[in-house]
Design a protein around this ligand. Structure first.
Ligand code: 6PG
Length: 248
C-alpha cells in the first residue's frame, strides 16, 4: 500500500506485514543484483527495529530464494564495542540472520568496533576499496531512522556530516557518554543503487514526517541528507510511524 502524497513512502498497517513486505523486496533486490552483476552487495542497518526483518530473512522459506554465496554483507554503522557486546550491530545481525544462512565467512564484512575508532575506520575503508574499487555502490542500503532524525551513526550537528572524501568515519555517540561509533559517510551512502529506510513505531512519526516534508524543517536531520545520486529511495513504514505523513 503506498501513500498518494509521497511515492517514496510505502505504508503497511501492521509492523508484521511491513517486515514481510520489506523481506520480499530485499530478496528481490538481491536476486536482481546477482543476475545483473554477479553479486549482491548489501549494507545493513543496526539498532533494534531491523532484527525482526533479519529474522524473517533467516527463515528457510525466505533464505532459500537467495544465492548467499554471491551475497556480501556490510553495515552502515557499528558501535565501538566488541562483536560479542549486547550493543553490537554485528552480534544482533549474526543472531537474527547470519548464523542461519549459508553465507561464506569471507562475505561478512564486519566493522571492527573493538579496535581504536580511527584505525577501525581506515581498515574498513581499505576493505571497501578492495571490494569495490574506486566506485563503491551498494546494491541495497538498509537504513533506520532515529527519533532525533539520525541515520546510520550520522547524528544532528556531527562534523562527519560534512565529510566529502572518506567513506568511513568515527563519530562520537551523543547518547552514550564516552562511546564512539563507526559510520559510513554521505558520499558512500548516497552512491547506493537502492536505499530503503525501515521505520516503525509511533516514536518515529515526527522525524519521518519531517524528513519527507523536506525544506528547512528537515535540513538539520541527517536522514534528510540521504539522497541517492543515481539510485532509488523509499521509506518503509508501519501506520504508527506514518500517521503524520498521511493526507489530513
Ligand atoms: C544504530 C543504527 C541507528 C538506528 C536508528 C534506529 O546503530 O543504532 O544504525 O542508525 O538505525 O537509531 O534505531 P532503532 O531501529 O533501534 O529505533
Amino acid at each position: 500500500m503506498s501513500d498518494l502524497l509521497d511515492p517514496r513512502l510505502i505504508i503497511h498497517p501492521q509492523r508484521t506485514t511491513l517486515m514481510a513486505a520489506l523481506a520480499q523486496q530485499w530478496l528481490r533486490t538481491g536476486t536482481e543484483a546477482i543476475a545483473a552483476r554477479g553479486r549482491f552487495d548489501c549494507a545493513l542497518a543496526g539498532g533494534s527495529t531491523p532484527r525482526e526483518l533479519y529474522a524473517l530473512l533467516g527463515q528457510p522459506a525466505h533464505a532459500k530464494h537467495l544465492d548467499w554465496s554471491k551475497t556480501h554483507i556490510f553495515w552502515g554503522d557499528e558501535r565501538c564495542v566488541g562483536p560479542e557486546d549486547p550493543d553490537s550491530n554485528y552480534r544482533m545481525t549474526r543472531e537474527a540472520l547470519l548464523q542461519k544462512v549459508p553465507l561464506p565467512a569471507s562475505n561478512i564484512h564486519r566493522l571492527h568496533g573493538e579496535s581504536e575508532p580511527s584505525v577501525a575506520a581506515e581498515v574498513y575503508e581499505s576493505e571497501l576499496r578492495q571490494h569495490f574499487g574506486a566506485e563503491a555502490r551498494f546494491d541495497l542500503l538498509l537504513l533506520g531512522l532515529g527519533t532525533d532524525g539520525h541515520t546510520a551513526s550520522l547524528f544532528p550537528g556531527s562534523p562527519v556530516l560534512d565529510e566529502a572524501r572518506r567513506w568511513v568515519a568515527a563519530a562520537a555517540d551523543p547518547h552514550v557518554a564516552g562511546r564512539w561509533r563507526l559510520t559510513l559517510t554521505l558520499p558512500l551512502l548516497n552512491a547506493a543503487r537502492r536505499v530503503d529506510f525501515l521505520v516503525a513505531g509511533a516514536d518515529k512519526a515526527q522525524p519521518l514526517a519531517q524528513v519527507l516534508r523536506g525544506g528547512d524543517a528537515s535540513a538539520a536531520l541527517p536522514a534528510a541528507r540521504i539522497r541517492p545520486r543515481a539510485g532509488t529511495l523509499h521509506f518503509w513504514a508501519d501506520a504508527a510511524a506514518a500517521w503524520l505523513c498521511q493526507a489530513s
